[in-house]
Structures are given as structure tokens and as C-alpha cells.
Design a protein around this ligand. Sequence first.
Ligand SMILES: [Cu+2]
Length: 511
Amino acid sequence: MQYMRKNVWELGDDWAAPILWYARGVAAMKSRALAEPTSWRFYGAIHGIDRSLWKQLGYLSSSDPLPNSANIKRFWQQCQHGSWYFLPWHRGYVLAFEANIRDAVIKLGGPKDWALPYWNYFKPKQFKLPPAFASPDWPDGKGNNPLFVPQRYGPNSDGKVYVPVGQINLDAMNDPDFTGVSSGGSPGFGGVDTGFEHGGTTHGGIETQPHDWVHGLVGGENPKPPHLPGLMSDPDTAGLDPIFWLHHANIDRLWQVWRQNPPAHIDPTDANWLKGPGNIGERIFSMPMPGDVPWDYTPAAMADLAKLDYNYDDLSPAEVGLVASLRLERLGASAAAANVTEGAMAMASGKNVELVGANRKALPISGDEASTSVQLDAGMRSKVSASLTEAATTGEPDRVFLNLENVRGLSDATAFHVYVALPKGADPAKYPERLAGSIALFGVRKASLTDEEHAGKGLTFVLEITKIVDALHLDNALDVSALDVRIVPVKPVPKKAKISIGRISIFRQGV
Ligand SMILES: [Cu+2]
């Protein structure tokens, strides 16, 4: 049977059958004890668990019997972030979860072809949390709606939950490479080459925007002290929120859209990706299926939706960002020349990455603004300029990336906009074309801890600023010794969140 995942906002009714059955399935999983591998909380812990946070949020009590240690070791704390396994690991996780919900639905007499809906917040008027998730009541007006969680605070911490999509972009959809580099250039559409990575440093393109952003702004933070994160804001609690699964179905859908548009987009062919971390002797990906049967999978097994028996009702291209031929035309190539190179993807996908400049010291983020200046190396800057000037003949202008390196802090619900080359004292809202991107610090708390696995390096985000640099070049405004970078938090950042950016740097990536 082919299962069809549909748009949650287009099912015809706030409580259309697939949502109602989802709620009943969620209730069934929630009724199981933590120690059962197909229980709601066990599934949350597969993504991640911080026992003290769970206790503070009321999701774990000292009287809860824990699963046996073999199951904890095999299944818990698996989520892959800051890694090229981000997409395939989550695909398997969502598939296994969906199979468990479907199993519960069928046992309750529901449809045998039940499939998980997805939330496409980018579609006009669909940026709000779907209503069935926002109400504490079932459709009959009675309480205990299993899709509702109080720990969902939204972008302004006022309980109004929506995704401010105007402030992020889908440029990752145009990245020609699935895998990128962690050395300053593009981290790729899907992330950088790692081993089993439960919380890696460099977030991939689609992971940074929109994935992290949706987590951080849907979850938000409790306005009351001690300002605990919303469930969605922290990887150690995100899987406990029923909306998590509709968000991840959408990210999974975007992977398929990326592969289809254009058809030249391909997944990694490297054996270490295909075979997964087990290939280098590390943990394997494993999920408890209905009846507590474990299912082990590799990224290669996640590649083909047809073989996995599901599809999406809509795989039309997402919003188009930087199309290579348009870029070349803008930079002065004739339309004909630009067209010739289009088929060959005239976006430098080479791995030749060089530092153009960096700021001088760590930048603490608190209050409602922070800014710094990135000093540019004169030689490197003219190299970038030359590549843009010669674009008309070479067809391969540099791509340019702003790196926010080693972002550390205590609050995952922190989110901010990053502007480049704003005039001094200018109101950022008046310069949307200078917005490099927006990021949410999903995973920052854990990534800042020093433990046996990590050195507390924090998170690194890479924002492509090619469009901004092209515009500066065309305005003859690139010949400067420094570029200003301004950080504008979504809401004021308290000092005690201890957010800081280790270094802000600019890299060129050419052929
Ligand atoms: Cu996620």
C-alpha cells in the first residue's frame, strides 16, 4: 500500500479524519508506560532526553520505572544534528513513529491507510499552528486533547504560536550539493560529513533554515521564571510535542523536493553515508516498531520513497531563490551566455574555500541588538570582486558565506536575524535585502557543555550572502576594508542566557 502524506491545512476541516485519528493514536501511545519502547515518552527519548529538564517539565517522575538498559542503549539519544545523517535519520524516525500511530489507529478501528499529515508553514495563510493543536479541547469541547501541550509559547512567548516565515529563506533548496564542508563554505543542503553525531557543530543548510527556526519559534520559552524552554525549542524535549512530527514530515518532504528540482540534485554516494555510522563501527540507527520489534536502517535504505511505500500530495518546487542563470545575467553575462551555463549549474560547488575576513573577538549577544565589524583581507576581497567581474566570461562566480562560529549559550529558545552591511543607525526592517538569514539556537545548550563526547564547541551556522555581495559589487560598494554585521534578536536576550558568537567570519567558495 502507498501511504499519502497530506497537507494538514488542506484536509477540509480543523478536525478532519486524519487529524482526529492522529489524536487518538497519540493518546494510545501516551497511555503506555515509559518503559515500553512504543510509548510516547520512549519515542521522545529516542530523539533526546535530559532527565532533569524532563522532571522540571513534568514528563518524568522519580517513580517512573525506566526501560531496561539494553533498550536505553540501543534506542535513546539518537537524533542526528549538525550531520549529513540529519535527513536520513529523521526520515527513519518519522516512518517508525508513523507506523506505531497507524498500528494504534487500526486497532481502534480507524483507516488502514492512515498517514501522517505535514505542516507546510511556507504556504500562504498556513504559517499558524493548525487549530487542532492549539486547543486544549477535543472537538466536542471537552478537555484532554492529546495534541495540545501548554509548553508551546511561540515567537513572542505569549502562547500565540506561528512561524514567522518572512524572515527565513529556502536558499538551501538551490544548493547544488547535498554534502558541504565545515571549513567556512557551504555546509550543503543536507549537512557535513560526520560519524554518528548526536549534536554536531555545523548545521546544514535545510537544518538551519527552516528546521531550527521552526523549532525555536514554535517552542519559544516560558515567560515565567525559571524560563524553561517550550518542548519544541530543545532537542531533548522536542519529540514530546505532537506538532514535532508534522514539522519533520515537512522537512522530509523538502528533501524530496530538493532531489526532484532540478533532477541533477543527488544524495551522497559515499559508502559512509550510504551504510551509515555502523560502517565505521559506531552506533546504528534503530527504531522500535509495533510489537516492540526493532528495525535497523541505513541512509541508503531511506533514499527511495516508492520503496518506502509513501509519498506526499505536493512536491511542487518550493520558492525559488538564487537561480544560477539569473545570477549570471545580473552580473552582466548576456542572457544567451547565462542560459548556456544553466544546465551545468553555474554555481560554484567546488570545495575551494578561503577566509576573506573575520571579526576580532567573541561577540556577546544580549538585549535587543549586537554588532561587529568583519575586517576584510584586501587580497581576498579583490579576488572575490574579480570573480564577480569576470562572471560573464567564466560563468562561475564565487559564492560567499557568513559564518557564525561556535555560538554558545544556555537558552535554545534564542533566535535572531543577521544583517550584513546595514548603513550606520539604519532601521533593519527597511533593509530586507541585507538580511543574511535568521537562526534559532536549537541544540545550543547541549552543544555548549563539555562532556565525554563534546568539547563544548557550541554551534556553527553558515549563511550564504552571495546575493548581498553581488548587490554590493554592482553598486561599487564592495571595495571596503570591513563589513558590518548586525544581530537583531527576535526578542531581547537576557544576559543570563550567556549567548555569545565565538567568531564571525566571511569565506569565499570558488572553483
Ligand atoms: Cu527537528
